[in-house]
Write a protein that binds this ligand. Structure first.
Ligand code: PRX
Length: 629
C-alpha cells in the first residue's frame, strides 16, 4: 500500500474508533460564527430517531465559500464559465463573485425574501446559477434548483411541494446549439400552481419572452440598483441550505433536505480528500447544478475549498465529439469528473476525437452516477488519461450529500468497476433480505450503519416518509436502495438499484412517475415501466402499455405516447422501448409481476422462473413474442 493510501486507512480507523473526535476536528475546515460544542447527535432507531451534527454551531455557507477567501485569494478565479459555443467563456474571481452574490442577496431581500423562504431556481449552467444559490445561502433562504430539462408540469409540482414564492430563471438556455424556452416553461408552470409572487429573469440569449407586469423582473435591472454590501446571516448548523427533488420507487419525487453545517463540512472534506485538490488545480465537474453532483462538486465543495471550478453550459458532443477534450486543453483542466454515460457515448465515436487533443494538463479522472463498466473504465484510463491518471469511481447519492465510497486518489493498483472503500467516517454494510449483516466477501443490499455529517435530514414536508423510505426496511440502518458485492480485499462493487428506480444516464427516474404520466394519456388504460440494459445510458426505460379496449396502437401511437411522457416529465423520462400489451402479467390478487416484465425487457426470456401463480400465464407468451429489441 502506498504511503498516502496508508494514511487514508489510518484516518478510516481513527474515524471508526472515535467519530466524535474525528468530526470535531474535521468540522474545523469551515469558519464558524459561533463554534460548535456538540458534534454528533444521531440515532437511526425508531423510538429515538434524530440526526443532528454540530447542532449548536452557527455559520454562513456563502461566507465560507466566499468571504473567507477574499484576503488570500480575492483575485484568484473562482469560476470559469464555458458556454455552449467553444471559447464563449467568462472568468469570475472570488472578489467578483462575492460582490455579485452580495448584490443579488440584497435584491432577494428587497423583494421580500426572508430567512427560511423557499426560492426555486430554473436556470441554465450560467454563473448566475451559482450566484443565486450562494445569495440564498447568504440570507438563509432555502434554494430548490430544478433541472432545466424538466417540463413545466414537473417544475410546477416542485414549486408547489415546497411552497416556493420566488422563481429565478433565464430567458432561454442553450444546449448543443438549440434554445430551451426556460421563461416560457416557467410561465406555463405558474398557470398550474399558485403562490409565486416574483420571477427574476436572467438575460442569457436575448430571445423574446413575455414579462408579466407586477410579477416578472429582469435580473440585470435589479442588480444595477443593488448594494454590494450584505452581511451574511448567521445560520444554525441544522438550518436547511437547500431542497433537491429526486425520484424514488414510489410516489412523486421527494424533496431531499440538506443542512448548512453538516452538508458543507461533508462536501468540503470529500472534495479535498477524493480529488486530492491542491492550489493551482483546475477542477471540472461536467454535471448540471440541477443535480446533486452539480450542487456538491461544481459549487459548494470547490468553493468552500477556495478552488477554481469550471461551469459548463454545453454538451459533450457539440459542436463535435472532441468538445470535452478540446476544452480541457484550452482551459488547462487538471481534475476531470464526469459520468460513465458520457464516457460510453464518446467511446463509441472512436479514439480519433480524443487523440486530437493533448490532455497533458490532466492528472486525475473521476466517475459518478452509475456503475462504470470495465470497458468504459479502460477507455477512460488508457485513451483519455493516457494511462497516467488515476480514476476515482465515486459512489454516492442525492441523499448522502457527497461522496461515500471511492478509491484513494493515489491508487497504485486500480480495480476497474469498483468504488473500493468507504471514506473515513462512512460505515457501509451488506445485509440480506432479512437484514442480517453479511461478513467477508459476499453480495447483498447496501446499508450505512451510522450517520455522517452530509446525510439528508428529512423529506421536505414529510418526515414520516423520510423515516419509512430509508430507515424502516432494515431497522437502525440507512438503506441506500443499491445492491453491492464485497470482494476478498473488502472492496465494494456497486451492482445497481434493487428497488423500482431506473438509473438513466446517471439520473434517477422512478418507474411510478413514468407510469403515472402514461396513464394520464386518454388512450392508456394501464402501464408498467421497468429498466432495460442500454449501451450508452446504462439503463433505458422500457414501458408496457395497455390501451383502452378496442384501441390497437401502431407506430404513430407509440411516438405519440413517447412525446407525451417527454412533455409531462421531461426528455430524460422518454421511454426507449414501448410495447403494447393487451394485458399485464398479474398475480391472482392483481399485483403486477415486475420480475417477469424486467426479464422480458432484458431479453432474458429463457428463464422467466415460476409463472404458475399468474392469473393468466398465457399473457407472458404474448409479451415475449412481441418484445421490442
Ligand atoms: O444506484 C446508485 C447510482 O446512482 C444512485 C444515486 O443517484 P442520484 O441520487 O441521482 O445521485 C447521482 C450522483 C451522486 C445510486 O443509488 N450511483 C451513483 N454513483 C455510482 C452509482 N452506481 C455505481 N457506481 C457509482 N460510482
Amino acid at each position: 500500500m502506498s504511503a498516502p493510501a496508508g494514511a487514508l486507512q489510518q484516518r478510516r480507523n481513527m474515524a471508526a474508533a472515535d467519530p466524535e473526535h474525528y468530526w470535531r476536528e474535521r468540522g474545523q475546515v469551515l469558519d464558524w460564527i459561533e463554534p460548535y460544542t456538540v458534534v454528533k447527535d444521531t440515532s437511526f432507531d425508531a423510538d429515538d430517531f434524530h440526526i443532528r451534527w454540530f447542532a449548536d454551531g452557527k455559520l454562513n455557507v456563502s461566507a465560507n465559500c466566499l468571504d473567507r477567501h477574499l484576503a488570500t485569494r480575492g483575485d484568484q478565479v473562482a469560476i470559469i464559465w464555458e458556454g455552449d459555443e467553444p471559447g464563449e467563456t467568462e472568468r469570475v474571481t472570488y472578489r467578483d463573485l462575492h460582490a455579485r452574490v452580495c448584490k443579488f442577496a440584497n435584491v432577494l431581500k428587497s423583494e421580500g425574501v426572508a430567512k427560511g423562504d423557499r426560492v426555486t431556481l430554473y436556470l441554465p449552467m450560467i454563473v448566475e446559477a451559482a450566484v443565486a444559490m450562494l445569495a440564498c445561502a447568504r440570507i438563509g433562504a432555502v434554494h430548490s434548483v430544478v433541472f432545466g430539462g424538466f417540463s413545466p408540469d414537473s417544475l410546477a409540482g416542485r414549486i408547489e411541494d415546497c411552497g416556493s414564492t420566488f422563481v429565478i430563471t433565464a430567458d432561454e438556455g442553450c444546449r448543443g446549439g438549440k434554445r430551451i424556452p426556460l421563461k416560457a416553461n416557467v410561465d406555463a408552470a405558474l398557470e398550474k400552481c399558485s403562490g409565486v409572487a416574483r420571477v427574476v429573469v436572467v438575460r442569457r440569449t436575448g430571445g423574446a419572452v413575455t414579462m408579466t407586469p407586477g410579477r416578472d423582473i429582469w435580473y440585470d435591472a435589479a442588480m444595477a440598483e443593488a448594494s454590494p454590501d450584505c452581511p451574511p446571516e448567521p445560520m444554525d448548523a441544522e438550518d436547511p441550505l437547500f431542497i433537491l427533488y429526486t425520484s424514488g420507487s414510489t410516489g412523486k419525487p421527494k424533496g431531499v433536505v440538506h443542512t448548512s453545517g453538516g452538508y458543507l463540512v461533508w462536501t468540503a472534506v470529500t472534495f479535498r480528500e477524493v480529488f486530492d485538490y491542491r492550489d493551482g488545480d483546475l477542477f471540472w465537474c461536467t454535471a448540471d447544478v440541477g443535480w446533486v453532483t452539480g450542487h456538491s462538486y461544481v459549487v459548494y465543495g470547490p468553493l468552500a475549498n477556495g478552488a477554481t471550478t469550471v461551469m459548463f453550459d454545453g454538451v459533450p458532443n457539440y459542436p463535435d465529439h472532441s468538445r470535452l477534450w478540446e476544452t480541457i486543453d484550452r482551459l488547462g483542466v487538471t481534475i476531470f469528473y464526469t459520468a460513465p454515460t458520457a464516457i460510453r457515448a464518446l467511446m463509441r465515436e472512436g479514439d480519433a476525437w480524443v487523440a486530437r487533443s493533448s490532455r497533458a494538463s490532466l492528472r486525475l479522472l473521476g466517475s459518478v452516477g452509475e456503475p462504470i463498466n470495465p470497458e468504459a473504465w479502460r477507455w477512460y484510463h488508457e485513451v483519455v488519461g493516457d494511462k497516467r491518471c488515476p480514476i476515482v469511481d465515486t459512489w454516492w447519492q442525492t441523499e448522502t450529500g457527497g461522496i461515500m465510497i471511492a478509491p484513494s486518489p493515489h491508487i497504485t493498483q486500480p480495480k476497474p468497476g469498483s468504488a473500493t472503500k468507504p471514506l473515513p467516517g462512512v460505515q457501509p454494510e451488506l445485509v440480506d433480505a432479512e437484514g442480517i449483516v453479511l461478513d467477508g466477501a459476499t453480495e447483498g443490499n447496501l446499508v450505512i450503519a451510522d450517520s455522517w455529517p452530509g446525510q439528508m435530514r428529512t423529506v421536505w414536508g414529510d418526515h414520516e416518509r423520510f423515516f419509512q423510505t430509508y430507515f424502516s426496511t432494515y431497522p437502525g440502518k440507512y438503506f441506500t436502495g443499491d445492491g453491492a458485492r464485497r470482494d476478498d480485499d473488502g472492496d465494494y462493487w456497486i451492482t445497481g438499484r434493487v428497488d423500482d428506480v431506473i438509473n438513466v444516464s446517471g439520473h434517477r427516474m422512478g418507474t411510478a412517475e413514468v407510469e403515472s404520466a402514461l396513464v394520464g394519456h386518454p388512450r392508456v388504460a394501464e402501464a408498467a415501466v421497468v429498466g432495460m440494459p442500454h449501451d450508452v445510458k446504462g439503463q433505458g426505460i422500457y414501458a408496457y402499455v395497455t390501451l383502452n379496449a378496442d384501441d390497437s396502437g401502431d407506430d404513430a401511437t407509440r411516438e405519440e405516447l413517447r412525446a407525451w411522457v417527454r412533455r409531462e416529465i421531461g426528455p430524460i423520462a422518454t421511454p426507449d422501448a414501448l410495447q403494447f400489451a393487451p394485458a399485464l402479467p398479474k398475480t391472482r390478487s392483481g399485483k403486477i409481476m415486475r420480475r417477469i416484465l424486467r426479464k422480458i425487457a432484458e431479453g432474458d426470456t429463457g428463464n422467466l422462473g415460476d409463472i404458475s401463480t399468474l392469473a393468466d400465464p398465457s399473457v407472458v407468451e404474448l409479451l415475449v413474442r412481441e418484445r421490442i429489441g
